[in-house]
Design a protein around this ligand. Structure first.
Ligand code: UDP
Length: 386
């Protein structure tokens, strides 16, 4: 059999694989075969106009935010941005309050003296602008603050986390619930990052432009395992689940999946903000209204209902690594395997690094791995960094 020859194979056309392919082609002028299992590029950022003419994030809502000028400038070569600051309301005790929980939320949840007293104590204890993980606030010395933390833990985190992960908050790495801290300010925005927005023409279009370069060959609907013995490449970048690369020889790493139900209703806007979270009611965790994110104005609107579900390899899509201590150790076995058996393969991205990356973190990680690769002489050994 004649093997196809490329300088590089990149497995997976999500944001990580797309960044690598773009960098290799534009900066090294080398040939890349980009292989993608799904029938489209974009990974879970994939968006398309649905049957009602509404731009829909097909694998769930993705909101871009970053403090990294490097990441922002890099992506801005391929897209303009629609300025967008995401807002979330959480349904708690019959009220809709800003999430992350902040001083406004505290006052709404506890009107009158108790709210005023709590706000004063929070500012005195943590300082205006502080971001305090709920698990940390539960250890506060002040009894009132501890009671508040307990309330937030029970009403906002406990059941939502159970729905999302089938775990209790303290069974997960503390960084997971710390993504949604209690914020000692009156800023109702979900994120405070310097740069926030959505690609003006969608994520798929942005990534299509990243890949529209001489030297990149895209093959959709192909798995690496099916193709690997037909390809001759000097280097491999693998962005799929790391356990799958090694045929799960150390056991399957656990992932969590999601299912989305899209509903389009005859109303221009349904919610007052982009997302409403339901920690305590329903099987779904949140509802996101696409029109808020995209700014599209129609007389109908598409809502995405988000249902967490178990991940079944081969059947569902792995959305999240599950950040627990035992899974970290399990993943470390694959890292050792990678170092020992294939030091020249570069593992990158949420699934290969088994890391809960946001979009900007995935881009930053791809850019820095690419840079290290170019700069280093003994390039491969460091690339699997565990
Ligand atoms: N979380 C929660 N209640 C909420 C929102 C978040 O308990 O209303 C917890 C939950 O464990 C979740 C984690 O905080 O998985 C991180 O939330 P984030 O909104 O960042 O999740 P993502 O958007 O990445 O799914």
């Amino acid at each position: 059999m004649i093997r196809e020859k490329y300088d590089w194979v990149v497995v997976g056309a999500g944001i990580t694989g797309t960044c690598f392919a773009e960098r290799i082609a534009s900066q090294r002028r080398e040939s890349v075969l980009l292989i993608e299992q799904r029938p489209h590029i974009g990974g879970n950022l994939y968006d398309e106009v649905n049957e009602f003419g509404i731009l829909e994030h097909k694998y769930g809502p993705h909101i871009f935010h970053t403090n990294s000028t490097e990441v922002w400038d890099y992506l801005s070569q391929f897209t303009s941005w629609r300025p967008y600051t995401h807002h979330i309301l959480a349904a708690v005790d019959g009220k809709l309050v800003p999430l992350p929980i902040n001083l406004n939320s505290v006052e709404q949840l506890f009107p009158g003296d108790r709210g005023t007293r709590l706000v004063g104590k929070l500012i005195a204890l943590y300082g205006f602008g502080a971001r305090v993980p709920v698990l940390k606030m539960r250890d506060a010395a002040d009894e009132d603050v501890r009671a508040l933390a307990e309330y937030v833990y029970q009403r906002v985190f406990e059941n939502y986390t159970w729905k999302q992960w089938q775990l209790r908050p303290e069974e997960l790495a503390p960084s997971v619930t710390a993504r949604v801290p209690i914020v000692i300010s009156r800023d109702d925005r979900c994120f405070q990052d310097t740069y926030q927005g959505l690609p003006l023409d969608g994520y798929t279009e942005m990534m299509r432009r990243m890949l529209a370069q001489p030297g990149i060959t895209l093959r959709l609907g192909c798995s690496w395992h099916a193709l690997s013995d037909q390809i001759d490449a000097n280097r491999i970048v693998y962005t799929g689940p790391i356990d799958e690369y090694f045929a799960c020889k150390h056991g399957a790493l656990p992932y969590r999946s999601l299912r989305f139900e899209a509903t389009t209703v005859a109303q221009a806007r349904v919610q007052s903000v982009g997302t409403v979270n339901f920690p305590n009611e329903h099987d779904y965790t949140r509802i996101t209204e696409m029109a808020h994110l995209t700014g599209q104005v129609e007389n109908h609107s598409t809502l995405l209902y988000e249902y967490p579900q178990a991940h079944v390899p081969g059947e569902t899509i792995p959305y999240y690594p599950i950040p627990t201590e035992s899974n970290r150790q399990h993943y470390a076995q694959y890292c050792a395997e990678a170092r020992n058996t294939c030091p020249d393969v570069i593992f990158a991205g949420r699934l290969a690094d088994y890391m809960y990356y946001n979009i900007d973190q995935a881009v930053a990680s791809a850019l820095s791995k690419f840079k290290r690769l170019v700069e280093s002489t003994g390039e491969s050994r460091d690339e699997n960094g565990d």
